[in-house]
Write a protein that binds this ligand. Sequence first.
Ligand code: ATP
Length: 223
Amino acid sequence: MMTSAALAVFGGTFDPVHFGHIASAVAVSEALGDVRVVMVPCQLPPHRSEPGASPADRVRMLELALAETSNVEVDARELDREGPSYTYDTLRSLRTEIGPQCPLVFVIGSDAYKTLPEWYRWREMLDLCHLLVLERPGDRATPGVELVELEAGRASSKLQSLLERPAGGIVHAALVQVDVSATEVRRALGATGQETEKLDRALEQVPAPVLDYIKQQNLYSAA
Ligand code: ATP
């Protein structure tokens, strides 16, 4: 394993991965400097309304998307466990690996951040890591009172401040703005004869090797 001054973790379903994820991960790596970035795909709820890809396919698509990108890797530990796993547990296992002093940064989009108070041991996550909240295009709603309280005494506007201690800080940043979601990509791939411009644009935000793989494996097609 490469040694770096800090570890940044980007969790998500990546169903499929798109340039919103990749550009954000690369931007985090560039903004923080000597940092290793890992993308950690999570388990998906078994009953999803839309067709989704298997864990192995989601990992493969991440690997294809990251083939040309240094400093960003895939970490499949959540998929190797039985059943859904909590981000808190993943952060704990990463913390054990990197030791108590290394800064650990959990990267989260602003939409997902607003749901944080529903996560398992969400306040204690800050004992393990920092939070880097990336502003996502079109995301307007403001965080609720619990998050405002969480941020008191922790929030900083300086990204580099996260490298000064192992955990506990919260930074909001607008690094790159790529207006796409995996939901739009899945819809564009499943759409039959009703493509809209917005859905066509979504497919442009999928790396070419990933799109080729999706087509070869016939993923996300309307069932
Ligand atoms: P879905 O549409 O299926 O919900 P998604 O596009 O939001 O998927 P996820 O895998 O759920 O992708 O997201 C993983 C993480 O990446 C989340 O923290 C999310 O906020 C963030 N993220 C997703 N898309 C973008 C984007 N375009 N720009 C910045 N962050 C993003």
